[in-house]
Design a protein around this ligand. Structure first.
Ligand code: SF4
Ligand code: SF4
Ligand code: SF4
Length: 252
C-alpha cells in the first residue's frame, strides 16, 4: 500500500503541535537560529516547520516523499532509498556528506547537520518506524484540527478532490503533489498558491530522476571513479567515528 499525508492549509491554525511532536519523537535538539531559516524553518534539527503567510495562513513544510525521488537517484552510495510504503528514508552511516541530494531536491528539503562533528544529511522520514508497523506519523497524530492527516494515497487524493467539489470557491482546484515530478506522498489542499514551496513554480509532471540519472550517467568514468573515492571516504569517516567513540568510552 502506498501511504501519504494530506495537509489542508485552510484547516491549519499554526499551533506547531506537529513540529513539537516530530522533535520529541526523534529527540531533535533545540535549533541554532540562522538567517536562512526565515520563511522556511527546516534544518537538520527541524524536519517539519510552519511557514506563516498573510491572512493567517500557515503552511506546513516537510519532505514530499516523491514517488520517484531525485535525492535518491543522485546519491552515489545509496544512502537514500524509497520503501515500498512510499517513505524516502536514509541510512546515516552510509552518507558521505557529498550533498548531491541537497542539490537535486526540487523542494529544498535535505539539510546538512553543520552542528555535529561528523555531519550527516537529515530530513523527515515519514515516521517510517511507525508506519511500517501500521501506525500513523507523530505529526498527523498530534494535529488537533486534522489539518494534516495520514492514510492510503489514492484515498487521500479522492478525499482532497471531494473537498474541492463540496466547497465551491473555497479551494484552488488543485491537489499539490498529485502529479508534479511524477507525484509525491505528501499532498496539499489550499486556498493560496503553494508554488513557493518548490524551487520553481512549474516543476512539471516528469519524474526528476529521468534527468538526474541522465546527468549522472553522462560522466560514467568520473562517476565510477568518484564512487570509489566516496566509498573510501565513507570508510574513513566511519573509522574516525568508531575511534572517537572508543576514546569517549576510555575517558580519553
Ligand atoms: S522532496 Fe526532496 S528530499 Fe524529499 S523525497 Fe523528494 S527529492 Fe527527496
Ligand atoms: S512524518 Fe514523522 S519524521 Fe516526518 S515530519 Fe512528521 S513526525 Fe516528523
Ligand atoms: S498541528 Fe495541525 S493545526 Fe497545528 S500547526 Fe500542525 S498542521 Fe497546523
Amino acid at each position: 500500500m502506498s501511504v501519504a499525508i494530506l495537509t489542508d492549509i485552510t484547516k491549519c491554525i499554526g499551533c506547531l503541535e506537529c513540529v513539537a511532536a516530530c522533535k520529541a519523537t526523534y529527540g531533535l535538539k533545540t535549533d541554532v537560529p540562522r538567517n536562512w531559516h526565515k520563511d522556511d524553518g527546516l534544518s537538520a534539527r527541524n524536519w517539519t516547520s510552519i511557514i506563516e503567510k498573510p491572512d493567517r495562513h500557515y503552511v506546513r513544510k516537510q519532505c514530499r516523499h516523491c514517488l520517484q525521488p531525485a535525492c535518491a537517484s543522485v546519491c552515489p552510495v545509496g544512502a537514500l532509498h524509497q520503501t515500498e510504503e512510499g517513505a524516502v528514508v536514509y541510512e546515516s552511516d552510509k552518507c558521505l556528506g557529498c550533498r548531491y541530494c541537497m542539490m537535486a531536491c526540487p523542494y529544498g528539503i535535505p539539510r546538512y547537520d553543520w552542528d555535529e562533528p561528523v555531519p550527516y544529511i537529515r530530513k523527515c522520514i515519514l515516521c517510517y518506524d511507525k508506519i511500517k508497523n501500521g501506525r500513523q506519523p507523530a505529526c498527523t497524530e498530534a494535529c488537533p484540527k486534522e489539518a494534516t492527516i495520514f492514510g492510503d494515497r489514492d484515498k487521500l487524493i479522492a478525499e482532497a478532490h471531494q473537498r474541492i467539489q463540496d466547497n465551491p470557491g473555497k479551494y484552488i482546484d488543485r491537489v499539490w503533489g498529485e502529479h508534479e515530478v511524477g507525484g509525491t506522498s505528501v499532498l496539499y489542499l489550499s486556498d493560496i498558491n503553494l508554488d513557493f514551496l518548490a524551487y520553481q513554480s512549474n516543476l512539471g509532471t516528469t519524474p526528476l530522476p529521468t534527468t538526474t540519472e541522465l546527468a549522472m550517467g553522462s560522466v560514467p568514468f568520473t562517476f565510477v571513479g568518484m564512487g570509489g573515492v566516496m566509498l573510501g571516504l565513507n570508510w574513513i569517516i566511519r573509522r574516525r567515528t568508531e575511534l572517537a567513540q572508543v576514546e569517549v568510552e576510555n575517558g580519553e
